[in-house]
Design a protein. Structure first.
Length: 222
């Protein structure tokens, strides 16, 4: 496929993700408050498909494969294990240490729980919902389109990470955008430099890291 078509696909896919994100925010504002606990949990997870919907359509039209976006059938158990270990390690470094140093307010998401099922939901939501949708779109679809257009991994790493950071302006602030851009760069390098660290690994890493933010906040800031 020509670079022009790849660029068009990238623009459509990213614009579709922005539209999907706005749809998620609308659901969060107008729908979730009217649901039961079970309905709330189901809808928050299911709504994340909106972020991926247009990129998936572009992927199908472009005849791309999941393997093009960093997925692999080789040693799936090792991919999963790497995701778990990297998720725990990143949580210890970037969340636990700040809490221990007295800076927990800067690494918390406002969630506090004291029942087991709520923590289980956090892990399910952040891995299957947030991790899957964001890693597929940014470290999979967008990264690969940028790599094909530029023929350089470095450009794909930087630009995809900046685009990843930019979507967090909708529900956050400039500081959060900078932090998430840095996280995006880190995730890209992990996939590039660690053997068998795939997009699946990053989905698990991303989900565990995000869910552990709630765990540490509930422990230290309850």
């Amino acid at each position: 496929m020509s670079k022009k078509k790849e660029l068009i696909g990238l623009i459509i896919g990213f614009a579709g993700s922005i539209a999907g994100l706005l749809g998620i925010l609308w659901i969060n504002t107008n729908i979730l408050g009217q649901l039961s606990v079970g309905g709330y949990m189901a809808v928050t997870i299911a709504s994340r498909i909106l972020l991926m919907l247009i990129p998936i359509v572009v992927m199908i039209v472009s005849k791309d494969k999941l393997s093009d976006y960093g997925f692999s059938k080789e040693k799936i158990w090792l991919q999963i294990l790497l995701g778990i270990l990297l998720g725990i390690a990143s949580s210890l470094i970037f969340t636990l240490i700040p809490h221990l140093a007295g800076y927990g307010e800067y690494v918390q998401n406002g969630h506090r729980y004291n029942v087991l099922w709520a923590f289980i939901y956090e892990f399910v939501y952040f891995i299957i919902g947030v991790g899957l949708s964001e890693e597929f779109v940014f470290r999979g679809f967008i990264y690969e389109k940028l790599r094909r257009i530029s023929n350089r991994d470095s450009i794909a790493v930087i630009v995809s990470s900046l685009m990843f950071g930019s979507i967090h302006l909708f529900g956050g602030n400039m500081l959060q955008m900078i932090i998430t851009s840095f996280i995006g760069v880190t995730y890209c390098f992990l996939r590039l430099k660690i053997k068998h660290c795939t997009t699946l690994s990053l989905i698990i890493l991303h989900g565990i890291y995000d869910a552990m933010i709630t765990v540490w906040a509930s422990v230290f800031m309850a």
